[in-house]
Design a protein around this ligand. Structure first.
Ligand code: PMP
Length: 463
């Protein structure tokens, strides 16, 4: 079969796409007027579009391509597995070698108290699994009143009913009458956006104590779990002040509620440890995973389950009435194994901690001096630049939030680099294989984009 990209010019492809393809999280009317960018191939940290333009993938796809694009060894492993056993389920007393090998591998990589994995196909499904798992756990513990799950405003946990509900995106809640009942949200630890009246240290402690206040208000005997991303990704790479997770840890150790660390973005090396919660020294009971598990080569997610929860649920003598046709899919599990093998062999987790992480951080933070940037921040390989209209008053924001971010994002594409805009902050999360030269390109391109954006905003009367 011939790929459409080989026979149709860009414009024709865009027209077919506009006629039939509904994109996620998109205003389709304006997208179809403008026309989608068509990505046709990728290699390493570079993607190529249908006009032959090469662009540095500063977002690793959607925060997921840890090992870079075009890894033949993953494709080959997947091909072999396709020919051997393309599909079988893991229901009804059945398993298969890829699911067995991946489960053993994940138990080894996870912290010592976590030795079990439940599979699904995405981060959203992982959080739907979490939702049912935590409530069922407390039922089995003879505490059926413990039902409430606490999440955070501006947290992201997926776009299914449970994922949207656990997340704190108001624009998502508004579509579909969500959250579902029994979910409560506390404030996020977003110092630049919400805490500038005090020091980051003070703000971090206060933000963590919102959990304690919510537990006291609702009642510990009614709360099943607290869910959080170690660093909020889709919310805008919100890196909590240094005091936040230590205070959270104190609270979580004192209270009898489960802690769910959503590792969908922060897992698999993004912060220089296998899991983001390890970076921050907190001990989760459950860890939803996806994205970097396969580097996006095939869809796969899961929930890593602590011995405490696994013992409570698995030894109860009942079925856990939950699962998916593709739970533990043999080809996806094979892709995950090949991907983890690369991460280990090439020492990518350590590389983020001790080599490319510090290298890029140092250069990225210098962009904080630019007249358009109110704050530059980065941990591991997750970074953000807060765009502001007035560097002498960092509380001032641009009118019509998101418009300036979108202008800057489009300019970044022209400058051959994918940066994503969240509100008016620009964010990056590049593949873990980024070389020093590519990091230099990334920072140079970001700097040019800031300069070009500054000129455009001046010309158009924003500044
Ligand atoms: N949790 C987090 C922290 C995420 O960032 C995402 C996706 N961006 C999800 C869950 C949902 O994952 P998916 O899109 O694979 O359903």
């Amino acid at each position: 079969m011939t790929a459409h990209s080989n026979i149709y010019p860009t414009k024709a492809l865009q027209e077919i796409d506009a006629a039939h393809h509904w994109h996620p999280f998109s205003d389709m009317k304006s997208l179809n007027e403008e026309g989608s960018r068509i990505v046709t191939s990728a290699d390493g940290v570079w993607i190529s579009d249908s006009d032959g333009k090469k662009i540095l993938d500063g977002m690793a796809g959607l925060w997921c391509v840890q090992v870079g694009h075009g890894r033949k060894e993953i494709a080959d492993a997947v091909n072999r597995q396709m020919n051997e056993l393309a599909y079988y389920n893991t229901f009804f007393k059945t398993t298969h070698p890829p699911a067995i090998a991946l489960s053993e591998k994940l138990a080894k990589l996870a912290p010592d108290h976590i030795n079990t994995v439940f599979y699904c196909s995405s981060g959203s499904e992982a959080n739907d699994t979490v939702f049912r798992m935590v409530r069922t756990y407390w039922d089995k513990m003879c505490k059926p009143d413990k039902k409430v799950i606490i999440g955070r405003w501006n947290g992201y946990h997926g776009s299914t009913l449970a994922g949207t509900s656990l997340g704190g995106m108001k624009a998502m809640h508004a579509q579909g009458d969500l959250p579902v009942s029994g979910v409560h949200h506390i404030d996020q630890p977003y110092w630049f956006g919400e805490g500038q009246d005090m020091s980051p240290e003070e703000f971090g402690v206060l933000a963590a104590r919102k959990l304690e206040e919510a537990i006291d208000e609702i009642g510990e005997d009614k709360i099943a779990a607290f869910i959080a991303e170690p660093i909020q990704g889709a919310g805008g790479v919100i890196i909590p002040p240094a005091t936040y997770w230590p205070e959270m840890r104190r609270i979580l150790e004192e209270r009898d509620i489960l802690f769910v660390s959503d590792e969908v973005i922060c897992g698999f090396g993004r912060l220089g440890e296998w899991f983001g919660s390890t970076h921050f020294g907190v001990k989760p009971d459950l860890m939803p995973i996806a994205k970097g598990l396969t580097s996006g080569y095939l869809p796969m997610g899961g929930v890593l389950v602590s011995d405490r929860v696994a013992d409570g649920l698995m030894n109860s003598g009942d079925d856990f009435n939950h699962g998916y046709t593709y739970s533990g899919h043999p080809v996806c599990a094979t892709a995950a194994l090949a991907n983890l093998e690369i991460i280990e062999r090439e020492g990518l987790v350590d590389r983020v901690k001790n080599d490319i992480g510090p290298y890029l951080q140092e250069r990225w933070l210098r962009l904080g001096d630019h007249p358009l940037v109110g704050e530059a921040r980065m941990t591991g390989l997750m970074g953000a630049l807060e765009l502001v209209p007035d560097k002498t008053d960092l509380k001032k924001t641009f009118p019509d939030t998101g418009t300036v971010g979108t202008i800057c994002r489009d300019i970044s594409f022209q400058n051959s680099m994918v940066m994503r805009a969240v509100r008016d902050s620009m964010i990056i999360s590049p593949p873990l294989v980024l070389s020093h030269e590519e990091a230099d390109f990334l920072v140079k391109s970001a700097e040019k984009t800031l300069n070009d954006t500054f000129q455009t905003l001046k010309k158009d009367g924003w500044l």
